[in-house]
Design a binder for this molecule. Sequence first.
Ligand SMILES: [Zn+2]
Ligand SMILES: [Zn+2]
Length: 320
Amino acid sequence: MKALRFDGEKLIFENSFAKPVTPAGEALIRVLMAGICNTDIEITKGYMGFTGIPGHEFVGIVEEINAEDQSLLGKRVVGDINCACGNPDCEYCAQNLGRHCTNRTTLGIANRNGAFAEYLTLPVENLLVVPESVSNQTATLCEPLAAGFEILEQVNFSANDEVLIVGDGKLGLLINHAVSTTAAKITHVGKHPDKLELAKANGSQVVLLDQMPQKQYDIVIEATGSASGFNFSLLHTKPRGILVLKSTIASSQNIDMTSVVVNEITVVGSRCGLFQPAIDYLATGVDLSSIISDVFPFDKALEAFEAAKTKGAMKVMLSF
Ligand SMILES: [Zn+2]
Ligand SMILES: [Zn+2]
């Protein structure tokens, strides 16, 4: 099969990579569409020390199932990227927290080949059927959108809460969609007037970074993808407020934790989320096409990666 492989130094487009053999309990999925994430770009800089096929945002067709239950055969699916060990003795799996299982593998990120290939395998239990009304492009946004919905599992949003979302990139905008399903009042701050327009169209107040007032918020969500986002976000969090961190940037930048202590701020780390709320939201017919900047045929995957790396790029997708 064709596959995009990272060898620890560079990405290589392979024309005859071995098609995966479907392990017990897993399904073989023919990839239809895959999205390039900032995490994939971080991987090419050494994030997680990953080598192999990256890619964790996808939609595909189940072509083979190595399990008794064949009900998903031929179905169009998306899949949770965290593959838990499932051992009843595992502290995390026993509590239904497989996403934190210490023996887990993660699609295209840790010890498991990912979606930048014609085929991938995932445990059957990770798969969810995509409603017919949801396009392949929209379905591919399910994984990063689920990461937005994860915040709703971790933090309670009430009508009295004033929320600040920091960062108007693709993740920030998907978070905006997730939080907009709550009653909280959202302000979205970013650097790009055109991207803030999308947050505005979704019902948020918007403000440009250089016009940001001194105001503080009950809940601040940091999604800038840059190390400086933390200090800015902290500055705008009310005493006793909640600061949610979404950026996976490995940085050793000095962070002044004094105000976390003095202002008794709760810092919440937030990563992947459950897919079902994201699929349900997509099935409402919401139009997320403005978050997608380009679709490349898979043969041009290397070019697509360059496009995804350009500053200000929105979601770049690969079509198979
Ligand atoms: Zn991602
Ligand atoms: Zn486990």
